[in-house]
Design a protein around this ligand. Structure first.
Ligand code: ATP
Ligand code: MG
Length: 458
């Protein structure tokens, strides 16, 4: 323990000492310039031609070195925002606390920030040591030292094709080790979100967190509670959509970080089939992310919380409440508990409720209402959700497929499907129209013919 502390101290000392960085040539880092955004290169070229320093930095350099496709490209420079902006036709200064420039090229935005100085002990912090303001410009070396992990502190010079590495980040990256720059405990205290980032990068790179950087996390997990909830929501979403969501969730739970983000997850894992349901939902999400498809945050959170909503729904229904009303109550109670910790944005909450509420209608629909349902904006998502439930063997897969086919059909085909469904309803003797219980207990689909699916009417 003491040895580790001394080692960290020495490392911290060296981190802030004016040690020269390593300059790695192309054969050492392996970045193919053709994979670099030409707009990011352009920004660097313009700044350089004006006599400034400019590099591509952060996540893009990290991802390019390991062969992943970067989400976006950031540039770091010694020019101030006021100096950067007039150099580009479409550029705007954003941010109040720390200003940076968005240089816009069609759909792509190159975020261009000025080198920032490291925390020097004089910055404003909250009572837990979390930094509230750090808006000092600095040198490139200082900028590198205030970044979070060694593998995120790499600067790519598109003109020389060199990577400038102050903290042996390329070596760590090649070994897939996430290592905090400086003293981990202090850096987590400054910004507890770094704990979540450590977990995310380790999962994304299929690597690990270095021992000294991992050790304080479980101990410091509760600091996450003091982070503003909008920032927490953004980082949680990044965790769940990094393509390795289940691994991230496992690590979050191991460190006790999940309690501050998704307070109900423990309860959901304890539900029968709860873990399996979440694993299914996250596997779907991961597959979509990895194949470059978009992810809907509302679908994701609706799935994470569903098992609890579903159980409360059944409990309330069993007490005699009307099915749809019971679902509203169940959704309210789960959402209230969840948002006490992590506030899911309101627009997502509204979509989650719609996805959930439609689950009741799939099962207790009257035929005229089918057309109305199809016009709802979240119909498609709700049908996807029904499919997920079918995969989890919670609802009948024939029924779920009928709805999926309906969602995929054109209006003419839809009319035929609904007509076919209506005629099976008419053919059925009145006595057969009974209300069925939901979920696992249901034995057979309402009708074995695949093309006539929804269950009994209310
Ligand atoms: P991705 O964009 O894939 O989520 P990223 O590393 O680019 O990953 P960003 O949030 O875009 O993450 O941040 C860009 C860079 O800014 C990081 O690579 C890192 O160098 C620095 N950075 C971001 N957040 C922090 C933080 N909380 N503390 C210190 N440095 C940070
Ligand atoms: Mg980024």
């Amino acid at each position: 323990m003491l040895k580790q502390t001394i080692k960290n101290f020495v490392e911290r000392l060296f981190a802030s000492a004016p040690r020269g960085p390593e300059r790695l040539s192309r054969d050492k880092h392996g970045i193919d310039r053709r994979n670099v955004s030409r707009h990011a290169i352009k920004v660097c070229e313009v700044l350089r031609s004006e006599g400034y320093e400019a590099y591509i930095v952060g996540g893009a350099v990290r991802d390019l070195i390991v062969g992943l496709v970067p989400k976006d490209f950031d540039v770091a420079t010694n020019a101030t925002p006021e100096q950067v902006r007039p150099l580009f036709r479409r550029a705007r200064i954003i941010g109040r606390r720390f200003q940076l420039v968005h240089v816009v090229f069609g759909q792509e935005i190159i975020e261009t920030s000025t080198f920032r100085a490291m925390a020097n002990g004089e910055e404003h912090t909250d009572e837990y040591g979390r930094i509230l303001r750090d808006n000092l410009f600095g040198t490139q070396a200082e900028d590198a030292a205030r970044r979070d992990f060694t593998l995120n502190a790499l600067y790519y010079d598109p003109l020389t094709e060199e990577v400038i590495d102050y903290h042996r980040g390329v070596a760590d990256l090649k070994n897939r080790v996430v290592r905090m720059i400086g003293e981990p405990e202090a850096r987590y205290r400054e910004d507890p979100v770094r704990m979540l980032r450590a977990i995310r990068f380790a999962a994304k790179l299929d690597g690990s967190i270095d021992t000294a950087s991992a050790e304080p996390i479980a101990r410091m997990a509760e600091l996450i509670e003091h982070v503003p909830s909008s920032r927490l929501f953004d980082e949680t979403l990044k965790l769940l959509t990094c393509g390795h969501a289940m691994e991230c969730l496992r690590q979050l739970r191991k460190a006790g970080l999940d309690r501050g983000l998704l307070p109900l997850i423990d309860q959901i894992f304890a539900e029968e089939g709860g873990e399996a349901f979440i694993a299914l939902a996250l596997a779907r999400t991961d597959a979509r992310v990895r194949s470059g498809q978009s992810i809907s945050p509302s679908f994701l959170f609706a799935a994470l919380l569903w098992k609890l909503v579903n159980r409360r729904w059944q409990e309330i229904t069993a007490k005699g409440e009307h099915v749809a009303q019971a679902l509203v109550q169940a959704a309210d109670s789960v959402m209230d508990e969840q948002t006490r910790r992590l506030a899911i944005q309101r627009r997502f909450q509204a979509d989650m409720r719609e996805i959930w509420f439609m689950q009741a209608r799939f099962e207790h629909v009257n035929t005229r209402a089918i057309w109305r349902m199809m016009n709802q904006p979240r119909f498609r998502a709700a049908v996807d959700f029904l499919q997920l439930r079918a995969e989890a063997r919670e609802v009948d897969s024939v029924q779920a497929q009928w709805w999926m086919d309906l969602a995929n059909a054109d209006d003419g085909q839809r009319a035929d499907m609904i007509e076919a469904y209506q005629s099976t309803q008419r053919a059925r003797p009145a006595g057969a129209k009974r209300r069925r219980s939901r979920g696992r207990k249901r034995s057979t689909p309402h009708d074995q013919q695949a093309k006539s699916a929804p269950s009994t009417e209310n």
